[in-house]
Design a protein around this ligand. Structure first.
Ligand code: SF4
Ligand code: SF4
Length: 126
């Protein structure tokens, strides 16, 4: 007795795959649309940052550093290559100054050179 042909055979699946559009994005050539809430690059609202260091204290990977010269002079630095994009800094900051953007963090073959100065506050500045 002749076997019944299945509606979705392997051949059908292969033909579908060959002629349908890919579900993935051809990054960096295609337009990348990241979903809302994507934990992308760390950004800061400098006006809200007081240099309290709570985000640095709670960062589990040491991806944040606070260089404090005085109460009025500090630098908050982010090291993207160390960052786990866990969002702890955002949770720790009581002033809502630090958090994720929706932007993809670029790749590099020199991760140690990836340094982002989030805030560089000089004396007398806000
Ligand atoms: S980002 Fe927030 S937690 Fe971090 S130093 Fe600034 S104010 Fe403090
Ligand atoms: S997202 Fe996580 S790992 Fe990255 S800087 Fe914030 S607390 Fe640190």
């Amino acid at each position: 007795m002749k076997a019944m042909r299945k509606r979705h055979s392997l051949l059908d699946a292969i033909i579908d795959a060959v002629f349908s559009r890919p579900d993935t994005v051809a990054y960096p050539f295609g337009e990348l649309q990241l979903p809302e809430g994507y934990r992308g690059a760390i950004v800061i609202n400098p006006e809200n940052c007081t240099g309290c260091g709570l985000c640095v204290r709670d960062c589990p990977t040491g991806a944040l550093k606070l260089e404090k010269k005085s109460r009025d002079e500090f630098k908050l630095i982010h090291y993207p290559a160390r960052c786990a994009y866990c969002s702890q800094c955002e949770s720790s900051c009581v002033r809502g100054a630090i958090g994720h953007s929706n932007a993809l963090v670029g790749a590099t073959d020199r991760p140690r050179e990836l340094i982002v100065v989030l805030k560089d506050k000089k004396e007398g500045e806000d």
